[in-house]
Design a binder for this molecule. Structure first.
Ligand code: C5P
Ligand code: MG
Length: 201
């Protein structure tokens, strides 16, 4: 349990900058995070990737996480936050892109109270469901949740649970909305304009 406080203290002491990268499944969050890492020196933490790695590692939570992902459901915040904290702690960097998190109000509130970290900005990749579905069905990454049944469930969770979190941050003036239906390079041009203005002091 000591590790929770320790991370909060460590993060505060290191003045960690966090940017949340949100948007529906298939909106291009991961792709653009790769571009941002190459150009702006951030470390990319994908909540989904961390959860999938946890399944592979054979941890005691693995089966639970696998079942939730298959159903498109959101894993309890405590589990995902531990993985994020571990990754932040284990990094020498002080600038992080957290992709696919917070996915619901529980994620958001727990991260804030456990780590004490507030996002500098929230990048929001706005894309139509039709376009996202096309991308998810076409990407062939071998994911168990990129099938039409699970995709529909993920869209529902996104609409019901994730959009309200984006709305929450929008009310705080933190959201930077990007038209994510455009081609990858065009989206990155818009991303760059935003990152050139981010304060990482
Ligand atoms: O972001 P990504 O599409 O990789 O997430 C895949 C799945 O991982 C989600 O549908 C959800 O089941 C799980 N996840 C989660 N909590 C998060 C991020 C992802 O439960 N914050
Ligand atoms: Mg992703």
């Amino acid at each position: 349990m000591g590790s929770v406080t320790e991370t909060a203290n460590t993060a505060a002491a290191r003045k960690v900058t966090v940017i949340f990268v949100l948007g529906g499944p298939g909106s291009g969050k991961g792709t653009q995070c790769t571009n941002i890492v190459q150009n702006f020196g951030y470390t990319h933490l994908s909540a989904g990737d961390l959860l999938r790695a946890e399944i592979k590692s054979g941890s005691e939570n693995g089966t639970m996480i696998q079942n939730m992902i298959k159903e498109g459901k959101i894993v309890p915040a405590e589990v995902t936050i531990k993985l994020l904290q571990k990754a932040i702690q284990g990094s020498d960097n002080v600038k992080f892109l957290i992709d696919g998190f917070p996915r619901n109000e529980e994620n958001r509130a727990a991260f804030e109270s456990i780590t004490g970290i507030l996002p500098e900005i929230v990048l929001f990749f706005d894309c139509s469901e039709e376009e996202m579905e096309k991308r998810l069905l076409g990407r062939n990454q071998g994911r168990e949740d990129d099938n039409i049944e699970t995709i529909r469930k993920r869209f529902n969770v996104y609409m019901e649970s994730s959009l309200p979190v984006i709305q929450y941050y929008d009310n705080l003036g933190k959201v930077r909305k990007i038209d994510a239906a455009k081609p990858i390079d065009a989206v990155f041009e818009d991303v760059k304009t935003i990152f050139e203005k981010v304060n990482t002091e």
